[in-house]
Design a protein around this ligand. Sequence first.
Ligand code: BEZ
Ligand code: FE
Length: 284
Amino acid sequence: MINMRDLDETSITEAVVSKVTQGGSARAKQINEAVVRHLHDLCRELELTEEEWEYAIDFLTRTGHMCSDTRQEFILLSDALGVSMLVDAINHRHPGDTTETTVFGPFFVENAPEVTSGADISGRLDGKPLLIEGAIRDEAGNPVAGAVVDIWHADEDGFYDVQLEGGEAGGRGRVLTDETGSFHLSSIVPSPYPIPDDGPVGQMLGVQGRHPYRPAHVHFMVRADGFRRLVTHLFIEGSDYLDSDVVFGVKDSLIKPIEWIEPGSGSTGGGHYLLRADIRLAPA
Ligand code: BEZ
Ligand code: FE
């Protein structure tokens, strides 16, 4: 029986662990024990003061108050502290020759316009014309027909449609791949942008001496029967912030050039930038 009286700054940990592991699944017990041990060790290592404990409680309270149906400040906190990309790395160890994953982000919309290949998805977003030409393949290079490809990105000022006045979609769409696994969509070239920084996470970045920016990118989510869902981006080569992404999401293999296609040239008639999205899915 563990003593529950006169607990001191060392003995309190075993006492709490013995209580939090009384119920739940084996995994829940493992998690509860680890959380208590790490939290207690953190307090001991830092010799946490009462003022610092109060600050932490207030910070978490403000983070909670910032959350709404359209704002998830806790995920943003996880993103800015590298936890989202750490969990991503643990869960997608990138076996074989498949496309690497990166952070999901808060700007995905489940009911994005369903479009056919060739559509213009820029909507009301302004920017330089961009053709996104893609092919979805399996690990061996065989085309994946009928894959559901969601694409979303910011405008030339770094805003997603959901951040602009008015409700119409822009810079997002859902398209199916054809029998060769291909699709192409017209849109505009996105710019780098700051993550939402008007809340506690923004204040934290300020205190830490960090900027809130992400490099220019296009988000992809690809789903197909028999394959693992892929959540990733393609980053635009040469963009600012590729080496200081505030959410630590950049991978070399995901940085792609955008090529200017002269008017009158190429199979499309040119007059636009071209981003090639060649994606390989991992098996389910
Ligand atoms: C995004 O790329 O949309 C994003 C990712 C993490 C935090 C904020 C935005
Ligand atoms: Fe983004």
